[in-house]
Write a protein that binds this ligand. Structure first.
Ligand code: MG
Length: 260
C-alpha cells in the first residue's frame, strides 16, 4: 500500500534524515586505510545510542536473508555492493567502500548510502562513483509531481547506460515511512511515463547502484553480502526524499554539513 505523508509528517521525518546524513558524513571522515569494518559498525552503533535512534538493520530478517542482520550498517567493499555484512577486515589502500545506513528517529525512518575510496583511488572507481551520484541527482530532479515512477527509473538507467554500465533491477528504491521498505518499488530501470504517478507526500528512497562490468550478483557465504558475479567493483548512492508541490526535499541531504 502506498502511503502519502502530510506536510507535518514530512517535517517530522527531518530529524531522522539529518541524523542519517550526519552519521554517514562522520563515518566517511573517520574511515581510512586500516579502519576495520567492525569498528565502523561499532561507531555507528554508538552514535545511534547517543542519539536515541533505532537501527532498522540489527533485527532485519527478510526472506532473502539467512539470519537477522545483527549489525547497524552495511559495509560493502570492492566487489560487494549491497547488504555488506560488517566483518573483521581492515580496509586497504584503494578499497572502494559503500556505507548504507537506515534508522528510525521518533518512529520515522531515513535511509541513505554513500560510496568512496580510501587511500589512492583508481580512476575507474571514481568514475563509477561519479555515475551513481549523477544518477541519484537526476533521479531526484525527476521526482516531481506530474512524473511517474517510470520516469525516475528511466532517468537512472539512462545515465548508467550512457556511461557503459548495465543495470540489475533485483534491488532498487522503495517507499520509506514508519518502516524502511514500503511501496512503491522504484526500479533502477524502467519506461518513462509508466508506473505509479508521483504525488505530493510520497517519500521514497532512491538508490542507483551499478557494477563495473556485469549486472549479475552472487550472495556471499555470509548469507547477506551481495557481490558482483565477475569480481568487478560496485558503487551505491542513496537518499531519502519527499515529493512536494514545491519539488523534492532531500531529507538525508548532507550539504548543510558542507559536504556532498
Ligand atoms: Mg539504504
Amino acid at each position: 500500500m502506498i502511503e502519502l505523508r502530510t506536510p507535518a509528517e514530512i517535517e517530522a521525518m527531518r530529524p531522522a534524515g539529518r541524523f542519517v546524513a550526519e552519521t554517514l558524513a562522520t563515518l566517511r571522515d573517520e574511515t581510512a586505510v586500516g579502519t576495520n569494518l567492525l569498528a565502523i559498525d561499532r561507531r555507528a552503533h554508538d552514535l545511534i545510542r547517543r542519539a536515541g535512534a533505532e537501527s532498522c538493520y540489527i533485527d532485519y530478517h527478510p526472506s532473502f536473508g539467512a539470519r537477522p542482520f545483527g549489525k547497524v550498517i552495511c559495509t560493502s567493499v570492492n566487489d560487494a555492493v549491497l547488504h555488506g555484512l560488517p566483518f573483521d577486515y581492515a580496509l586497504r589502500d584503494g578499497d572502494l567502500v559503500s556505507l548504507d545506513f537506515a534508522v528510525a528517529v521518533d518512529g520515522w525512518v531515513a535511509d541513505s548510502a554513500i560510496s568512496f575510496v580510501v587511500g589512492t583511488p583508481r580512476d575507474e572507481d571514481l568514475a563509477l562513483i561519479d555515475t551513481t551520484q549523477r544518477a541519484l541527482d537526476a533521479a531526484i530532479a525527476a521526482a516531481v509531481v506530474g512524473n511517474r515512477i517510470g520516469d525516475i527509473s528511466h532517468t537512472i538507467a539512462g545515465i548508467a547506460h550512457a556511461d557503459g554500465y548495465e543495470i540489475n533491477t533485483d534491488f532498487g528504491g522503495h517507499g520509506v515511512g514508519r518502516v524502511m521498505h514500503g511501496d512503491p518499488h522504484v526500479p533502477n530501470d524502467g519506461k518513462a511515463g509508466r508506473g505509479y504517478p508521483l504525488r505530493a507526500g510520497l517519500v521514497l528512497a532512491l538508490e542507483p547502484w551499478f557494477l563495473q562490468t556485469t549486472d549479475e550478483l552472487v550472495t556471499d557465504p555470509d548469507g547477506w553480502t551481495l557481490r558482483s558475479a565477475d569480481g568487478s567493483r560496485g558503487a551505491h548512492s542513496e537518499h531519502t526524499i519527499a515529493i512536494t508541490d514545491d519539488g523534492p526535499i532531500v531529507l538525508t541531504d548532507r550539504s548543510f554539513l558542507g559536504v556532498d
